[in-house]
Design a protein around this ligand. Structure first.
Ligand code: FE2
Ligand code: FE2
Ligand code: FE2
Ligand code: FE2
Length: 404
């Protein structure tokens, strides 16, 4: 079954506007919803926010009044999509519960993309990054039990393990070492462009979320942990955004953005377990098909090129949320010691990395270590959700024996 979004007509733009009643979606039930439904909601919010911010940047660089008006029109509809998607999240969930779900998205989406990515350099970038968000999930889960006296297994539901990844304190690299080489827009596979855009968008929304919710906590350790991990999400945005070829024209980027929205809504429509949410993915797909058609028209008019030259003639295999436990364990086993040097990866701590580490830690343990120590003091051990046996890395196995 193939689906070519360039060949389907969606809902005409002047039929896409929603009234208050249509915007007033009821949220998912936090206790009974499929955790991967929540992951799909968070992913699509990141994608819609990227669509908005990209469109604003485009408009700010665009002198043509006709184009500016078209961008404003589509962007208003993207805003309504963002509102209906993000408002599916239940108000009863705390920021920390949503945070844990964000890291679950980062883990299972990035792991899936890493498995599917055909380009070895891009694949390595995802494999490298996923071990860090995997560790964030563990740190925040320990914080969660301390401040809310609840366990992260209620949120991730055993689909994603919660065990140490590459320790968060080693994620603080010199900014120069976070810049990767971009793919080449003329030779990259279409799927590679979609992957890069998707993960960049997800990391960008995570960065934005932590910078805003972090100071809402009263507990000093919570405030500190959000600062620390918020700064790592900045590194992740730098890491992933640098994979995208900066030589793409604005028109080409617009087409890629709309195409990617079609791809993801189509994917989630195909894989959604909740029929009510599935209907929203289907509705939004039908809106995006028209956004894509508008973007393609703009490209033909202003870029003198055919959209068929930049996007794939059919959608790739649907993006799927599913457990990646064995894959993650293999990465833990083989890539935990990696850091970056320039645009590549190394196993040894180099001078620039050591200097950054010294300066940022200032001779103390960072919040990501202290949160685990505090959890051990309060509960006797750290919080883990391990479903597949002992940790593949010996030094990161549980330390029960030292307690007595
Ligand atoms: Fe959209
Ligand atoms: Fe993270
Ligand atoms: Fe991240
Ligand atoms: Fe769109």
């Amino acid at each position: 079954m193939t689906f070519n979004p360039l060949e389907h007509r969606g809902i005409p733009l002047d039929k896409q506007l929603r009234n208050w009643r249509e915007l007033d979606v009821s949220p998912i039930d936090p206790d009974n919803a499929d955790p991967y439904t929540r992951c799909r909601i968070i992913t699509m919010n990141g994608i819609e926010v990227e669509a908005l911010l990209f469109s604003h940047q485009f408009a700010r660089h665009c002198p043509d009044m006709e184009v500016k008006r078209k961008l404003a029109e589509v962007r208003y509809l993207e805003q309504q999509q963002q509102k209906s998607v993000n408002w599916l999240l239940p108000g009863v969930s705390s920021a920390l519960e949503t945070t844990i779900a964000y890291e679950q998205v980062a883990v299972d989406l990035t792991a899936w993309v890493a498995r599917m990515e055909p380009d070895p350099y891009l694949k390595q970038a995802y494999q490298f990054g996923v071990l860090e968000d995997f560790d964030h999930l563990y740190r925040y889960s320990n914080l969660y039990e301390m401040v809310q006296h609840r366990k992260a297994e209620k949120i991730v539901d055993g689909l994603t393990e919660v065990i140490p990844g590459r320790p968060t304190k080693y994620h603080h690299r010199h900014p120069h070492d976070n810049v990767r080489e971009p793919y080449d827009r003329n030779t990259a596979e279409p799927i590679s462009k979609l992957h890069a855009l998707t993960i960049m968008s997800a990391e960008q929304q995570t960065m934005n979320f932590y910078m805003n919710v972090g100071p809402e906590y009263m507990e000093p350790i919570a405030r500190q942990l959000y600062q620390e991990i918020g700064l790592i999400e900045e590194e992740h945005v730098t890491h992933y955004e640098s994979l995208v070829d900066p030589g793409e024209t604005w028109w080409e980027r617009l087409v890629n953005h709309e195409y990617n929205e079609c791809y993801l809504y189509y994917s989630f429509m195909e894989t959604e377990s909740d029929p009510r949410i599935k209907a929203i993915w289907e509705l939004h797909l039908n809106m995006e098909l028209e956004h894509l058609r508008v973007a393609c028209d703009l490209m033909r008019q202003h870029d003198g090129r055919q959209p068929e030259e930049v996007v794939a003639p059919e959608l790739p295999q649907p993006v799927t949320f599913e457990p990646n436990k064995a894959y993650l364990r293999e990465l833990l086993d083989t890539q935990i010691d990696l850091t970056t040097l320039g645009t590549g990866y190394v196993r040894e701590a180099h001078e620039r990395f050591e200097r950054m580490q010294e300066e940022i830690h200032g001779g103390e343990e960072p919040p990501s270590e202290r949160v685990i120590d505090m959890h051990r003091e309060q509960f006797g051990d750290d919080y883990r959700l391990s479903t597949e046996g002992e940790h593949p890395v010996e030094r990161l196995r549980e330390q029960h024996a030292e307690r007595s």
